[in-house]
Design a binder for this molecule. Sequence first.
Ligand SMILES: Nc1ncnc2c1ncn2[C@@H]1O[C@H](COP(=O)(O)OP(=O)(O)OP(=O)(O)O)[C@@H](O)[C@H]1O
Length: 268
Amino acid sequence: MMARTSTAPATPVLSVRDLSINFGGVRAVQNVSFDIASGCIYSVIGPNGAGKTTLFNLITGVYVPTAGEILLDGQPVQGQPPHRLARRGVARTFQNLQVCLNMTALENVMVGAHLRLDRNVLKAAFRWPSLRRADQALHQEAAELMRFVGLEHALEARADAMSYGALKRLEIARALAMKPRLLFLDEPAAGLNPRETLEIDELIRKVAVSGVTVVLVEHDMKMVMSLSDRILVLDYGKKLAEGTAAEIRQDPAVIAAYLGAGAAGETP
Ligand SMILES: Nc1ncnc2c1ncn2[C@@H]1O[C@H](COP(=O)(O)OP(=O)(O)OP(=O)(O)O)[C@@H](O)[C@H]1O
C-alpha cells in the first residue's frame, strides 16, 4: 500500500487528462483531469447527474471519450474495450448488482476469474460446464476470495438466497478474482443498512491494504470522508475541486454545490 504521505510517487497508476464526453447536447464530463497514486483510496463525489458514473464508464472502456486521454501507468488506453482494460488490471462493480442469481456464490466468483480470459459474463457462463470440471485451482482461489470478503460461510449458497449486503460483497469478490490493480466501485454502500455499510467500509480498507488501488463513487459522505486518501468533486460534468478529505470539507465551492453549510461528514 502507498505510504500515506503528501509526496506523490513518480508515475500515477491512472492519469486522466482533459477528459470529455458529450451525449448529444449533454456535456456529461467536461475537461476533467486528475491523477491517482498507486495503492490509495480515491473517491469521486458530486450531486446526482454530476457525471460520476459516466467518468467510471469512460475509464473502464464502456464509453469512448469525445476528447482527452486516459493513461494507465503512463500508457494511453482511452477507447480500449472493457475486456482489454480488464486484462490490464482494471475491474469494477456496478451501481446495480450484476450477479448471476441462479449460480452459487462461489460459482459467481469463479466466473469472475474466467473473465480474466473471456470478454463477458455470458460467454464465461456458457463455457461453465467444462471449466467447472477443469479447474480446481480456480475453485481454491475463489474460496479464498470469499473468505477475504467475509462470505466463507456462504460458499455453496445460491446467490438469489443471499442478502443484498452479502451480494454487494460477492460482487467485490468477483471483481477481485480478475486480479485487478485498479478496482472501481460504483456506490458500494447504496441500499445497505449501517452494519452492512461498516462491513463494506472495512472491506474496502482491506482491499487497499492488499495493494489494489480503489476508486470509489459513493454518496455516503461519512464513509467517503473517513476512507479516502483523495477526493475528486464533480459538478455538472466539471471538476469542482480535488484534495484530501480535510481540504474538500472546507472548500467553499464544494460546500455550496454539494455538502451544504456545516454538513461535511454526513450524507447530503
Ligand atoms: N448514455 C447516456 N446518454 C445520454 N445521457 C447520458 C448517458 N449517460 C449519462 N447521461 C447524462 O449525463 C449526465 C451525467 O450522468 P451520470 O449518470 O454520469 O451522473 P452521476 O453523477 O453518476 O449521477 P448519480 O449520482 O445520480 O448516479 C446526466 O445528465 C445524465 O442524464
